[in-house]
Design a protein around this ligand. Structure first.
Ligand SMILES: *Cc1c(COP(=O)(O)O)cnc(C)c1O
Length: 445
């Protein structure tokens, strides 16, 4: 048995075949991992193989996920691979962001440059491959937007029905538009993400729907490859710190697992530190971390943040995320304010890079950690940007118009708002009459 499902609970650790359609351990209800008995391989040979595939013409080699397939060997038939050539995302040097944070240098790995605009594609290619391997006809997810956009695309490519459950009126338009255009059955649920998640989990246990939220460990196997690609882009020289936004906590869990396996297989010689950053109003793990609570989730009942992708109060993968923080010793989980997120996002934009609000928690968090002396300005830090700037244009335009509010009640227009965010780095559009002299004046020509 090269690949198997395994319960993450140390007192259980029960194993199950990968073809079992399970989301929890049937014995103790804990989350599951996909684990492997990796054959002995020469790490240098593996690195050369991964690199050589970058110039191959074969689709599974061109995928930034399946290019690492020796490290995610759970498929018995590679015909089940569905790829949109996900991954292969750049790492950017971001000098303005570095200065803002107080660092000499800062690198941003931009997972928002995936085919549907978020890192969810890294996980959806493996999740949908497993759905095909199980013969699933329909897949489902609850989503704050990006999971549904990604699942809708991959399910359509695979010819499966996609059922997405989204909290009504709480997802960004860019994301909703994708799920509609890719042909998903899009169900707008009264309630928040946590309510939608509970419903879809129950439905997938009662019906043939195959669940593709990050509770599904096959998705996390794809997201794990973000760590491999990041390390490869650093010439396998381990950075000091990797900083990741945290919502449902699947991605930080996955990247932590990838790092641990890279270490175990001798691809790297030490572990980096990991920091997970949450929005203040949706920060269950940050609160647990601060209080030293490790055993019981301190769930947030009504999560609030304008960074809708991380607006989650009951994160499914909190135990796996804590495990990842244990593996990457010296990091932690921290929270940042809405004001800090908004300004950090504008700075990332000013580097010519840009991202969606949830991704900007990274820069805001790094800045706080440098200010408080946790991170030294010389350290090599990489932040993972999770989503594309174009996902949530409303947020960005409102910020630059200096009209972004923490609490806005919207129907088709704003009916009330509260708690203004100060646009410290606003770049307002300029109203100018259609006369060359006026335009020259504005441009200083
Ligand atoms: C999904 C998502 C997150 C949160 O990732 P988790 O795995 O849920 O912690 C952060 N940013 C963006 C843009 C996302 O789409």
């Amino acid at each position: 048995m090269l690949a198997y499902l395994q319960c993450i609970n140390k007192n259980c650790h029960e194993k199950f075949p990968v073809i079992a359609k399970l989301y929890h351990c049937p014995k103790c209800e804990s989350l599951l991992d996909v684990n492997y008995e990796f054959p002995k391989t020469d790490p240098e040979e593996l690195k050369a193989l991964f690199r050589a595939r970058r110039s191959s013409l074969i689709p599974k080699d061109q995928s930034g996920v399946w290019r690492f397939r020796e490290l995610i060997p759970f498929l018995s038939d590679e015909q089940n691979i569905v790829t949109l050539f996900e991954g292969n995302t750049p790492i950017y040097d971001a000098p303005k962001s570095a200065t803002f944070a107080g660092l000499k240098k800062l690198l941003l790995k931009h997972q928002g440059l995936n085919p549907t605009g978020s890192f969810k594609d890294n996980g959806m290619t493996t999740g949908v491959a497993q759905a095909q391997a199980l013969g699933a006809k329909a897949v489902a997810c609850a989503s704050t937007g990006n999971t549904s956009a990604s699942m809708a695309a991959y399910a359509s490519r695979a010819g499966m029905l996609a059922a997405v459950f989204i909290p009504s009126g709480q997802i960004a338009y860019g994301k909703l538009s994708q799920s509609l255009d890719y042909g998903a059955k899009t169900l707008q649920i009264d309630g928040d993400f946590d309510a939608a998640m509970k419903l879809v989990l129950e439905l997938s246990q009662e019906t043939d729907l195959y669940l593709l939220n990050s509770i599904n460990p096959f998705r996390l196997e794809g997201q794990k490859t973000i760590a491999f690609e990041l390390l490869e882009q650093c010439g396998w020289q381990v950075p000091d710190r990797i900083v990741i936004p945290g919502g449902n906590l699947g991605n930080s869990s996955a990247i932590g697992k990838g790092l641990a396996e890279a270490y175990q297989l001798g691809l790297i010689d030490r572990m980096p530190k990991m920091h997970i950053i949450q929005a203040e109003g949706a920060s269950p793990l940050a609160q647990m971390w601060a209080k030293g609570e490790r055993e019981k989730l301190l769930a947030v009942d009504k999560a609030t943040t304008l960074a809708t992708a991380i607006k989650i109060g009951h994160p499914v993968s909190w135990q796996k995320a804590l495990r990842a923080l244990d593996w990457c010793v010296g990091g932690g989980c921290h929270q940042v304010s809405e004001q800090e997120i908004a300004d950090a996002k504008a700075i990332i934009g000013s580097d010519g890079i840009g991202c969606e609000p949830a991704s900007a928690v990274t820069l805001a968090g790094i800045r706080n950690l440098v200010n408080s002396g946790v991170i030294d300005k010389e350290e090599r830090v990489i932040a993972v940007l999770t989503g594309n700037l174009l996902k949530d244009p409303d947020y960005t335009v409102n910020y630059h118009l200096d009209s972004l509010y923490q609490k806005s009640q919207t129907k088709t227009e704003i009916i009330s708002h509260q708690d203004k965010i100060v646009a410290n780095f606003a770049n307002k559009p300029v109203q100018v009459s259609a006369e060359k002299t006026k335009i020259k004046e504005v441009l200083g020509l």
